[in-house]
Ligand binder design. Structure first.
Ligand code: PMP
Length: 456
């Protein structure tokens, strides 16, 4: 019979799977280290078990103890599985930007989860770094894991993930590309592969995937920890506003940053085009890989590591409403007709030349608009907007009682339904905030600068 003694024995020995579609434009072979085959569905099972075993070995973790960690989910899952098998309790502290699924999953495997605000400084007592540290000090017989600075994190990848990649590629790997959070994966795998390559007289380049809002890339390139680089971002699992001890910058040859939008789009594309239902950092890794195109040649063997599974992101990157709310859906707003489609249930708001300015102001307020065309019996003859009103108000306080034709500006340019977005954009100038679209049969609509930005 061939069976594992318990679930922990199934950690590791994950497959290496070729990418066939998304990386077509690259000259080289691209292989993914497919870590969702681990029992907790992520690479983090490896380091979680290593951290626990090392803490048991030197007495930091004692029988019946409580494991405390600040985790975005995957490390928590690995720790929870090991805790179940080995008889420990778990308390996990998470930032509130993490998906609800991740929180629910950790509760499902018996952990207590404490949720903290994302947008506070890491030194703030409410931050998940501070809360996890404090719980570690307050709870008796507890052990604070600290995956960021715990050397067993990097060690796990040096001892297992790295050797697997070297053997699976028969030492032919030339590049390793991976998202960086705690840095354990890149540093452990990277240093193992570089060590083996040196022994073999070859080289392996190690590239980190970073995100906008994180400090890694700039720090690596300049040695400057720039607080201006820190701002909230959506991508999960990678990037930091601290420098974890597990990031060994000396092993890393370079970083590339991937936007939240690109990471989300490529997460969807991996599922739809490669049949790889993976987490958000896998999307970021593939897009980053494409950004690094010029570094790869025909004979290269590039290994990219995919950290976790798509099921943790069904309410986010795999939910089109969520994607649309963040402007991540690439809608084809190509023509004037497309741009006004979403406003087609509303008729055009306009003013007439003989109306008083007060009428126009009322209309602008009630429709919450900042500009409108002006008509007379012959058609559109002028325009009115906030800056015209303000300009006249400064010189004449009685402006509200004047007729609109006395102060109106030039009429907006008129385009037909099939006019392309780029041609409409050219008509938008400092002096001209909008264009009108002739929808035929006497109907017209307006396209503002705001609509153009929304349509990009
Ligand atoms: N992707 C995901 C989904 C993760 O959970 C993590 C860990 N934060 C990473 C990437 C980054 O891995 P590491 O912490 O080893 O740098």
């Amino acid at each position: 019979m061939n069976y594992a003694e318990n679930i922990l024995e199934t950690i590791g020995n994950t497959p290496l799977v070729k990418l066939n579609v998304l990386t077509k434009e690259l000259p080289c072979l691209v292989l993914s280290k497919y870590e969702t085959f681990n029992p907790g569905n992520s690479v983090k099972d490896r380091m979680a078990l290593q951290m626990i075993e090392d803490a048991e070995a030197d007495g930091r973790l004692k029988p019946g103890g409580t494991i405390i960690e600040g985790t975005s989910g995957n490390t928590g899952m690995g720790l929870a599985l090991a805790a179940i098998v080995k008889g420990y309790k778990c308390i996990f502290v998470m930032a509130d930007k993490q998906s609800q699924e991740k929180i629910d999953i950790l509760r499902a495997v018996g952990a207590e989860v404490v949720v903290c605000p994302t947008n506070v400084d890491s030194t703030d007592p409410r931050s998940y770094y501070s809360v996890s540290k404090r719980l570690g000090e307050e709870i008796p017989n507890s052990w604070y894991v600290n995956q960021y600075d715990n050397p067993s994190n990097c060690k796990a990848h040096f001892l297992s993930t790295g050797p697997e990649i070297w053997e699976q590629t028969e030492g032919k790997v030339t590049h390793f590309v991976v998202g960086v959070g705690t840095g354990g994966t890149i540093s452990g795998v990277g240093s193992y592969l570089k060590m083996k390559a040196k022994e073999a007289g070859t080289t392996v380049k190690v590239w980190g995937i970073d995100t906008y809002g994180s400090v890694f890339k700039k720090y690596h390139e300049t040695g400057v920890f720039d607080e201006n680089e820190i701002y909230p971002y959506i991508t999960e699992g990678i990037g930091e506003d601290i420098l974890p001890l597990n990031v060994n910058f000396g092993v890393i040859d370079g970083f590339t940053k991937v936007t939240d939008k690109d990471a989300a789009i490529y997460t969807q594309r991996l599922a739809k085009e490669e049949g790889m239902f993976l987490g958000n950092s896998a999307g970021a890794a593939v897009k980053g890989l494409l950004q690094l195109k010029e570094h790869f040649t025909k004979d290269d063997v590039v290994v990219v590591l995919f950290h976790d599974h798509g099921s943790r992101y069904v309410g986010k990157m795999f939910n089109n409403d969520w994607m649309r709310d963040r402007g991540f859906v690439e809608e084809d707003f190509k023509t004037a007709a497309d741009l006004v489609k979403s406003n087609s249930d509303r008729s055009l708001v306009f003013a007439q030349t003989e109306e008083l300015v007060s009428h126009a102001i009322e209309r602008m307020k009630s429709f919450k608009i900042s500009q409108m065309p002006v008509k007379d019996v012959n058609g559109f003859v002028g325009s009115l907007d906030e800056s015209i009103l303000l300009h006249h108000f400064i010189t004449d306080k009685n402006i509200a009682d004047k007729s609109i034709k006395e102060i109106m500006g030039k009429p907006y340019p008129m385009v037909i339904k099939s006019t392309k977005l780029e041609d409409i954009s050219k008509l938008m100038t400092k002096e001209n905030d909008a264009v009108l679209v002739d929808l035929e049969n006497g109907y017209h609509h307006i396209i503002t600068k705001h609509d153009i930005i929304g349509g990009i």
